[in-house]
Design a protein around this ligand. Structure first.
Ligand code: C5P
Length: 287
C-alpha cells in the first residue's frame, strides 16, 4: 500500500482546551509523496523499516511508540484477533516534517488489517478509531480532501471537486517539535469560517493563482520564530517562482504551488541551484 503524505491547504488554530490540545480547523489533502507499507501474516506485531532516502528514518524512535505498530495493536484490540502482523515499511516521508508520515503509515495499517482480517469496518468507523493514535490519523484514514476539526478527531470528506494541484516540497533540513510550535502559537480569536470558504471557492474554480492566494497556516509565525530555516525555505520558494507558499502542519516542510507539472519541475530545478532539496509532487484528492 502507498501511505501518502498530506499537506494542510488551510490550518486555523483556536483556543487551548482543558486536555492541552488546541481546537483547530484544517483542510488537508493527500499528495503523491508516500511511504510504502506491506503487511504479512505473523505471530507477533513486528516492524521492519527500510529507508527509501538515506537518513530519513533517523528519528524514528523505539518500535513500541511507532504509530504503525500502535495501529496494528489497536486493530487486534478492536477485532479480538490474537495473531500479529509483519509491517514492512519503506520510509520516504521525513519524520518531523509536518507531512503526516507516521499518521499515513498508521492509516495504511488500519486499512490493510481491515482487509487482511476481513473485518469489514467502514471508512468512517476506522477514522473514528484512528483518533486515539494521533490528531492527524483520522483525516489520513478517511483520505481524499478532508476538513478536520476539534483536535483532529472530527473529519468529513469535502464535497467540492478539485483539480490536481502541482506543488514543490522543500525540506529546510531542520526540525521543530509539534508541541513546541503549538505552545508558541497565538490562537486565532475569530471563528468565522472565511478561510476555509475562500479555499473551497478557489479549489472549485481550479485556478492555481486563486488557490495560492487562499493558502493559510496559523502555525507559521510560531514555527518560523522557532526555526529560521523555515522562513529561509519560504523565501527561496518565492524566489524560485512559486505562485504561493505555505507550511504543512507544524512544519518544517514548506511547499510552493506551481502552475502545472512542468512549472513544478522548473521551480524544483531553481531550488536545487540554490542548494535546497526540493521535490515536485501533486495532490491526490480522490482515494
Ligand atoms: O496528536 P499529536 O501527537 O500529533 O500531537 C502532538 C502535540 O501537538 C500534542 O501533544 C500537543 O501539544 C500539540 N497539539 C495541539 N493541538 C492539536 C494537535 C496537537 O496542541 N490539535
Amino acid at each position: 500500500m502507498k501511505a501518502r503524505a498530506k499537506i494542510n491547504l488551510t490550518l486555523e488554530v483556536f483556543d487551548r482546551r482543558a486536555d492541552g490540545y488546541h481546537d483547530l480547523r484544517s483542510l488537508v489533502v493527500p499528495i503523491s509523496f508516500a511511504d510504502e507499507v506491506s503487511l504479512r501474516p505473523a505471530d507477533e506485531v513486528t516492524l521492519h523499516v527500510t529507508e527509501a532516502v538515506s537518513g530519513v528514518a533517523d528519528w524514528i524512535g523505539p518500535t513500541a511508540n511507532n504509530l504503525a505498530v500502535r495501529a496494528a495493536q489497536l486493530m487486534q484490540r478492536v477485532s479480538g484477533r490474537t495473531e500479529g502482523v509483519l509491517i514492512d515499511l519503506v520510509k520516504r516521508i521525513p519524520i518531523g516534517s509536518g507531512l503526516g508520515g507516521g499518521s499515513a503509515d498508521a492509516a495504511a495499517v488500519l486499512h490493510g488489517l481491515n482487509d487482511l482480517w476481513r473485518l469489514d469496518i467502514s471508512d468512517d468507523e476506522l477514522a473514528g478509531l484512528a483518533a486515539e493514535l494521533g490528531s492527524d490519523v483520522p483525516a489520513q484514514t478517511l483520505g481524499g480532501l478532508v476538513l478536520m476539526t476539534g483536535r483532529g478527531e472530527h473529519v468529513t470528506r469535502e464535497a467540492v471537486s478539485m483539480s490536481i494541484l502541482h506543488l514543490v516540497l522543500v525540506f529546510p533540513g531542520a526540525f521543530v517539535s509539534t508541541a513546541e510550535v503549538y505552545a508558541h502559537c497565538v490562537p486565532q480569536l475569530t471563528n468565522g469560517g472565511q478561510i476555509v470558504d475562500n479555499m473551497r471557492h478557489a479549489l472549485s474554480g481550479g485556478e492555481a493563482e486563486a488557490v495560492a492566494a487562499a493558502l493559510y497556516n496559523g502555525l507559521s509565525p510560531a514555527a518560523e520564530s522557532l526555526c529560521r530555516e523555515i522562513a529561509r525555505a519560504r523565501a527561496a520558494l518565492r524566489a524560485a517562482g512559486a505562485l504561493g507558499v505555505s507550511m504543512s502542519g507544524s512544519g518544517s516542510c514548506v511547499f510552493g504551488l506551481a502552475r502545472d507539472a512542468a512549472d513544478a519541475q522548473r521551480v524544483a530545478k531553481n531550488l536545487a541551484g540554490m542548494g535546497l532539496t526540493a521535490f515536485p509532487v501533486h495532490t491526490c484528492p480522490v482515494m
